[in-house]
Design a binder for this molecule. Sequence first.
Ligand code: NAD
Length: 352
Amino acid sequence: MTLQIHNTFNAISIGDITQSEFANILKSYKNAQKVVITDENTHELSWPYILTSFEELNTAEVIVLPSGEENKDIEICEQVWDTLLDYDIQRSDLIINLGGGVITDLGGFIASVYKRGIRFINIPTSLLAMVDASVGGKTGVNFRGFKNQLGVFALPQAVFCDPIFLKTLPENEVLSGKAEILKHGLIASAPLWKEMLKFKENLPDKQLLHKAILIKSDIVEQDFNEKNERKKLNFGHTIGHALESHLLNKDNPTTHGECVAWGMLVESYLSVKHNHLSESEFEMVKDLISSWYAPLPISKDDFPVLLQLMKQDKKNKGDLINFTLLKEIGNAEINKELKEDEIEKGLQYIFG
Ligand code: NAD
């Protein structure tokens, strides 16, 4: 049996996709063209399972993109839009994004802009895409070396999270996805944070996925357009995105989750200094992150460019940089504005 999350903005099924509504949805598109957007890895490892499970997809067009964050790019979108025009895809047709967060971000953006928006379904295949990227309607691409600078809020018709795909996911990508589950625990659920401690070696099961996704979808439900509550999901990301962009620009791509994990550690330190997080809870976060995640190749010389990248973040005002900080494990507060020298002290403490 699949677990369901249905609310205003999300229709998410967690569990065996062959037992889900997916087949019925495909039947409802009987006379429409279906286009699957996938990357080279998920084309090889995930698509055969979907193709053999759903005969309605025998006639689908399949677009295979190169994998990797460096391809979350407007040029790739243009190539896909050209292909959609070649296939004569119309507004009544359907796009299915089958892949990690790069594919769901990119494919969602491609679908929502093409002919002013055609419907799309996400089938996330990475842990990170299941618990975070495929849910909540943020789509987009990187631009001029900055993360997610172009994009729109656009909701998939449905999301199908089937843990079967995690079996082929490389270990470092599993660890990357776990960072976002840890984040959900840190910002909203001390029990989830504690439960994650048991999952260092194991793949999350359906129940754990459900708990993690529910936290995100509840927050999105309260504040779809990110005016307040949704900013909590940015915990770890102000610094994490800067780390991710900087390492990508240095030709040293590092997984989104690893960068977010280290971002969360610096931001936990800032939470002690500027938001009353206790030293003892900070030590717990530090022990976990520094034992699960390999150190990043970041030193003092990188701080100026990291601060520059943080300033580009969409959530800032003037010279102050906006953070979500922890008050305690399971409780986050938004709109904490810090000065560059305060942030640098945090970077120095963790990477100096
Ligand atoms: P990804 O899509 O690059 O996937 C990571 C790697 O795993 C890729 O090489 C991919 O080919 C491979 N892969 C995926 N599924 C696989 C499987 N089942 N078996 C084997 N290999 C598989 O990256 P990601 O970590 O999934 O997502 C990161 C992206 O998500 C970033 O661009 C980030 O900005 C974005 N993101 C978006 C949101 C949002 O709300 N829209 C939230 C969090 C992250």
